[in-house]
Design a protein around this ligand. Structure first.
Ligand SMILES: Cc1cc2nc3c(=O)[nH]c(=O)nc-3n(C[C@H](O)[C@H](O)[C@H](O)COP(=O)(O)O)c2cc1C
Length: 206
């Protein structure tokens, strides 16, 4: 067994906003920096820099491979092998922005795998973990309900436990999150918590 893998969780951070260096990406960067400082091996993907086409619902992925050739060719192996997934996203119309939703929908391959009609994927010794960072401009109670449900369902198809979340209301202009000291602190705390080695109990902030 690769001893380094046991003690150093591999964490994939995904920036889901079409706006570069915006509020969710700022929080993601803080979380990833803290995770790395706490010993995780960290990789960051920016969906706005990638080509991830929408799912065509052709069901060819029952075979275990998507019919489309784009950056998902690189993303599928990452999604199915990392120990921790951290998606950071704004709320767009009470759900995920189109870029992030395309990524989730391409997870139909994992859905087929989990529910029996696709070939098995890699097995995992320890349960995998995932967390959500989401930001929105308004303050409503239901603001994150749709986003959280979609992300939980996506994690579930990949056998990733929904292990933590940081949901921030009332930020709109790019970079406005920098005025929210508590959110910045919480993002770092979330990243640190996610750096716990696979198999060890996690204590997420809040
Ligand atoms: C197309 C679009 C739809 C949006 N929909 C919502 C919404 O439903 N609720 C909300 O509170 N904010 C909404 N917002 C505002 C963003 O969530 C907010 O500006 C957020 O801080 C952007 O984060 P980012 O800088 O990481 O992109 C929307 C913004 C855009 C561009």
């Amino acid at each position: 067994m690769d001893q380094d893998r046991v003690v150093r969780p591999r964490l994939l951070g995904i920036a889901g906003s079409p706006r570069r260096h915006g509020n969710s990406e700022i929080l993601l960067d803080l979380a990833l920096g803290a995770a790395e400082g706490a010993g995780a091996s960290v990789e960051k993907l920016v969906l706005a820099q990638l080509s991830v086409m929408p799912c065509r619902a052709c069901d060819v992925c029952v075979s275990g491979r998507c019919i489309q050739r784009d950056d998902m060719d690189r993303l599928y192996p990452l999604l199915e092998t990392v120990d921790v997934l951290l998606l950071a996203t704004p709320v767009h119309f009470y759900g995920l922005p189109a870029l992030a939703k395309a990524l989730v929908d391409r997870g139909q391959l994992f859905w087929h795998r989990k529910y029996g009609s696709g070939p098995p994927g890699p097995s995992h010794v320890s349960p995998r973990r995932g967390a959500l960072i989401a930001v929105g401009a308004t303050h409503g109670k239901q603001l994150f309900v749709g986003t959280r449900m979609t992300v939980k369902n996506w994690f579930d198809t990949m056998d990733v436990d929904y292990a933590g979340e940081l949901l921030i209301r009332g930020v709109d202009a790019r970079g406005a999150i920098r005025d929210n000291a508590e959110a910045l602190r919480d993002a770092a705390a979330l990243g640190k918590a996610l750096a716990v080695p696979p198999g060890k109990a996690l204590s997420t902030p809040g």
